[in-house]
Design a binder for this molecule. Sequence first.
Ligand SMILES: C[S@@+](CC[C@H](N)C(=O)[O-])C[C@H]1O[C@@H](n2cnc3c(N)ncnc32)[C@H](O)[C@@H]1O
Length: 303
Amino acid sequence: MRFIDPPRLIAYLFFRSLVILSCVSVFGDKVESNSYILATGEDGAKALDLQQKFIAQGSYNLLQKAGLKAGMVVYDVGCGSGSMTVYLAQQVGPSGHVFAVDVSEEQLNVARLNVNEAGLTNVTFIQADAQKLDQLPIELADIVYFRYLLVHLLEPKVALENMYRRLKVGGKLAFQEPTWSTIHTNYPKEFLNQYRDSVIKLGAINGVNYNIGQSTPEMSWKLPNSFVENYELENKITLGQYKELAVIRLSEVGDKLISAGLITEETLLNWKKEIESVPVNEERYFVNLGNLTCVLVEKRKDD
Ligand SMILES: C[S@@+](CC[C@H](N)C(=O)[O-])C[C@H]1O[C@@H](n2cnc3c(N)ncnc32)[C@H](O)[C@@H]1O
């Protein structure tokens, strides 16, 4: 059995009670304040846009399998900086429509800019909680797409059910969720593994499951009248490519790991030095950004 020293235990209990308090508003509703640990707005877009370069092709392939085509109505839920919104809007064309949904107005502002820059006029932006999507007065979808969304939610099952309800009969959920315990590298230094393990622990403290990807096929089969297909996607890049993303991620979550008592300031400084010492052209080592479980769920008939 492992014993936690008293100062760490006190820091942990204090942080945990703050999390619980801030997740319950004065009305007793759960809100999303602490479960999303990444930056939002322009700051958040840096990592999301960089990550998009590495994982975009896998997302396009999934959407092609889902039958994405001109004229469709598609939702992009938890659209973030809008990198997939632009692709979806281009694919459905002027006869189709995309509803880009995010709980954060700051994220929507960035997504709106990107969509405008791409000259697209077939997107409606909606600030809404994926866990309450069934209340939206908008048309039903041919495809509801989301990526790295359930992993940040306190009520992922509720969100999944709500998004499924937004489909036409014959429509599909197409989504990708990670299992972060699969993040690995052949780089012999330990800090990337330590970083992964402490982020997963922070998720557990905040009430979210950073390994949700592996459970999503089973969750999807429980949806009424569903037909599910799924496969795993590795996301291997070189350590040199990973460097910039890692630096940004450490600046987003480092302080939260310290506040939760999971690492010290000294550890964070050491990790930053380690990653900064990697040359950008380092190709001998790889990093798997974490497997994404890709899922297609067809709604075969109404409830
Ligand atoms: C990691 S980002 C992924 C963004 C985008 N899907 C991508 O793959 O680039 C997760 C997004 O989900 C949004 N989000 C978090 N909680 C949400 C909720 N309850 N309802 C809707 N969006 C939410 C965040 O604001 C953020 O933009």
